[in-house]
Design a protein around this ligand. Structure first.
Ligand code: ZN
Length: 159
């Protein structure tokens, strides 16, 4: 089920989200709805607070071999290098910013059944990890951007 995506200015986007304590049907329905919502909006990532759920859950699909990535209670455990580039957000439609992020990021998270795993991403996936996990602490890319991008030639992934 596609849920409504909240936009910048909504208080829910600025809250620190709580961990998921139980890996049950309620979580699986949330994960399903978040994936539906992300794909419908043609985004590459979505965090639970963007649909008004203040829990530490993220979905990402940057179109690589990982396919749909579900991260429950994720933490960034290592970063390497730096990338500077254009970033967008489904909660900030029609806008983009220039944001510096690490180029390589390793996350530790639980899967939908509660099993811990680690995953390393580079480039766009590393950027998506940072962007989405920031959402869980009420942080938006607009807080971190160096400047707004008005040039429409940039890539247009939204998270
Ligand atoms: Zn976002």
């Amino acid at each position: 089920m596609v849920r409504k995506i909240l936009h910048l200015g909504d208080d829910a986007l600025r809250k620190v989200c709580k961990p998921i304590p139980k890996f049950d049907l309620r979580l699986w329905l949330l994960l399903r709805d978040m994936a539906d919502t992300m794909y419908k909006a043609e985004g590459v990532g979505l965090a639970a607070p963007q649909v008004g759920i203040l829990r530490r859950v993220v979905v990402i699909d940057v179109g690589d071999e990982n396919g749909l990535i579900e991260l429950v209670n994720p933490q960034i455990i290592a970063t390497e290098g730096e990338q500077a580039g254009s970033e967008g957000c489904l909660s900030v439609p029609g806008r983009r910013g220039y944001v510096v992020r690490p180029n390589k990021v390793t996350v530790k998270a639980q899967d939908r059944k509660g099993q811990w795993f680690e995953l390393t991403g580079e480039g766009l996936l590393a950027r998506a990890f940072c962007h989405e996990i920031d959402h869980l602490d009420g942080v938006m890319y607009v807080d971190k951007m160096d400047h707004e991008i008005f040039d429409d030639e940039e890539e247009k992934e939204e998270q």
